[in-house]
Design a protein around this ligand. Sequence first.
Ligand code: C5P
Length: 240
Amino acid sequence: IIKKNLLSEGKTKKIYTTNNPFEVLIHHKDNITALNGLKKNFLQDKGILNNEITTLIFKFLISCEIKTHFIRKVNNREQLCHKVDPIPLEFVVRNITSGSISKRLGIKEGIFISNPIFEIFYKNDQLQDPLINDHHAVFLKILSYEELNIIYSMTSKINHFLKKYFLDKNILLVDFKIEFGKNHRNEIMLSDEISPDTCRFWDKKTMKKLDKDLFRMGFKEKVFDIYMEILKRLNISSSI
Ligand code: C5P
């Protein structure tokens, strides 16, 4: 693969074009951010951990026949992916109450949600990623109702497979955020990353937080070890 030009740069990743117009290289940086980028920090080698964790999770989802942008991990920090046109929405799935849903609805944290709640956030820094619904997404011409249905069906499968995948490692999948894009054939695929930056993980026995909430709560020094712990658990029982 020949890495060519920087195509875009986000808070934690850089995307490069390659010699193949349908493939990109995604580079994981060592940055960690919260509160829509208001809280920023540098965490040595976090990019290496996230690249490995998201690789394991995407490989697992591909084995479950979920269409994703992932092709292969290229080195410590980079993976080769199908190039997609990103859909500017964040799809959040909640299995247990925590974070913004608790604040917004005045519900305490840790309540199991029997029928997982799906939320859509419109990715727009100026508007601070507002919560929207299907009708807003269609009105904004981001997606059609049909495409939303495809995404909800994929999201539901992803949640089903990931809940079990993590439970086997004694981790409760509290909630997570995923993103989708369209490839050159207009097919919808799971894109971006799935990592402790984008999920809430609680230890099944102790209910200890094993994710970016530690950073959000000001315990930056604990983040690296906790992400290592997640990686270790994913590697140990990868017998699926
Ligand atoms: O903050 P909130 O409770 O809405 O977050 C729900 C889930 O989505 C959490 O797992 C969080 O890490 C993830 N998320 C994310 N990127 C955002 C917002 C939320 O990965 N911009």
